[in-house]
Design a protein around this ligand. Structure first.
Ligand SMILES: Cc1cc2nc3c(=O)[nH]c(=O)nc-3n(C[C@H](O)[C@H](O)[C@H](O)COP(=O)(O)OP(=O)(O)OC[C@H]3O[C@@H](n4cnc5c(N)ncnc54)[C@H](O)[C@@H]3O)c2cc1C
Length: 405
């Protein structure tokens, strides 16, 4: 089978590696618009559960990623200047996005993937100019602005909307000792910073504010440099004099992209090209890499005895059937999380710090009271003292209405 993958991000490179490992004779090409040394963003979190799946799928990739990761179990959640440390049951790991890509690029080249950097296509038809017109499968691993998806939007059943909050993905040379989420009211506006160290020299710093703040404090009329200065002021105690660092750090509203179908003929989507997962669950990369695992399995699984010539298209259909329900669960958590964040200012003003943290930790529905007690016994005891358990706090307003445009 000949496979053409558009996009050499985490999902595209990982899929290429997994395919070549299982079927070394298949021609597998990755078309990547950037050079090997360029990317967006800074560090990303790869949670324990995701890492376990990566370990099972490809121990070599796993070992090399682990060696580059920075692990931390304690997270501070600070609400209106009340910092509360939370001991997570599992260690969260963070890695520089460029280190993640370098590991995948090196292994992809070692196993014989044809990776072509600095090559952008505008439409899948252009693959013919690169000797890939006869590919049996064309994978759209080309991220949130996927051209593979764009070429067949109607057939994929694409829907797009934008959240109302505004955010930018910065880094800083300040190496924090813990990961933290700081929710703060400043000059009447609602701000949040999500930061964590991902190497011995740098930290990720995601800056966010709600739409009311964006307009009331005039951020909508500022340049990106001025917005950065505002956030450096709001979070001056945390940054301690270190500036934020920009890497194409544009201010934007999070795009919620979904597709009714995974495949159109021989074209298949994965990762962010298929569905975006909100950064507040810190899982977009691992979800994208898990898509790659499921697609590699579907394409390389032994054909059933009653269907020895299982076609590439039938294999793509199997992928859609198996991956869809598993991904939906994660995306449901993402949805609940971003709806919660759309109202974080109201949550922050209305509840006590522990009330806020209780609402935050139970926002996706994945942590119920029982699990909270098992995994966070000290925190749970404090929730009990404040009468917060067994009680769903009222959302400030109907959640669905906060999801915009
Ligand atoms: C602020 C923020 C913080 C985040 N934090 C985390 C985190 O902590 N943990 C986590 O797991 N995830 C995080 N994510 C999500 C994560 O970045 C994405 O989910 C992940 O990168 C998706 O991987 P992908 O391979 O699908 O797409 P991408 O990483 O977007 O890769 C797509 C690749 O395709 C290339 N490409 C695009 N178009 C073309 C074209 N036309 N021709 C050729 N090449 C093309 C691009 O250059 C890119 O290399 C965060 C996202 C944001 C916005």
């Amino acid at each position: 089978m000949k496979v053409a993958i558009v996009g050499g991000g985490p999902s595209g490179l990982y899929l290429a590696i997994l395919l070549k490992r299982r079927q070394p004779d298949w021609p597998v090409s990755v078309i990547e618009q950037n050079s090997a040394d360029s990317t967006f963003g800074f560090g990303v979190v790869l949670a324990d559960s995701g890492l376990n799946r990566l370990q099972a799928a490809d121990p070599q990739v796993f070992e090399q990623l682990i060696a580059k990761m920075n692990f931390n179990r304690v997270q501070t959640i600070e609400v209106q200047h009340h910092p509360i440390d939370i001991q997570h049951p599992a260690k969260g790991g963070a890695i520089a996005r460029i280190d993640l890509l370098h590991v995948l690029q090196r292994i992809a080249q070692d196993v014989g993937v044809d990776v072509r950097f600095g090559m952008r296509i505008e439409h899948p038809d252009e693959l013919s100019q690169h000797g890939l017109a006869d590919a049996d499968v064309v994978v759209g691993a080309d991220g949130v602005n996927s051209v593979v998806r764009g070429a067949y939007e109607k057939e994929f059943g694409t829907t797009k909307s934008f959240l109302t909050n505004h955010f930018a993905w910065y880094g800083t040379a300040r190496v924090f000792t813990k990961s933290a989420l700081v929710f703060r009211e400043w000059q009447g506006g609602s701000f949040v910073a999500h930061y964590y160290p991902y190497s011995t020299t740098a930290s990720t710093f995601v800056a966010e504010c709600d739409d009311a703040t964006w307009h009331s404090l005039g951020l909508h009329a500022m340049s990106n440099e001025q917005r950065q200065q505002v956030f450096e002021q709001v979070f001056a105690p945390e940054l301690d004099g270190e500036p934020l660092i920009s890497n194409h750090s544009n201010w934007r509203q999070f795009p919620v992209t979904q597709n009714a179908h995974w495949t159109v003929g021989k074209h298949v989507l994965m990762g962010d090209a298929h569905t975006t997962a909100h950064f507040s669950i810190g899982s977009g990369t691992r979800i994208a890499m898990e898509d790659a695992i499921a697609l590699a399995e579907a394409l390389t699984a032994p054909a059933p005895a009653d269907e020895p010539d299982l076609s590439a298209l039938a294999r793509l259909e199997n992928f859609a059937q198996t991956r869809g329900p598993a991904k939906d669960k994660l995306l449901n958590a993402s949805r609940k999380s971003y709806l919660w964040y759309e109202q974080f200012g109201d949550w922050m003003r209305r509840y006590t710090p522990y009330g806020f943290i209780h609402a935050f930790m139970t926002r996706t529905g994945r942590l119920n009271e029982e699990r909270l007690q098992q995994q966070y016994p000290e925190l749970f005891a404090q929730f009990q003292r404040e009468g917060l358990t067994q009680m769903a706090l009222a959302a400030p307003e109907p959640l669905e209405s906060a999801h915009a445009r």
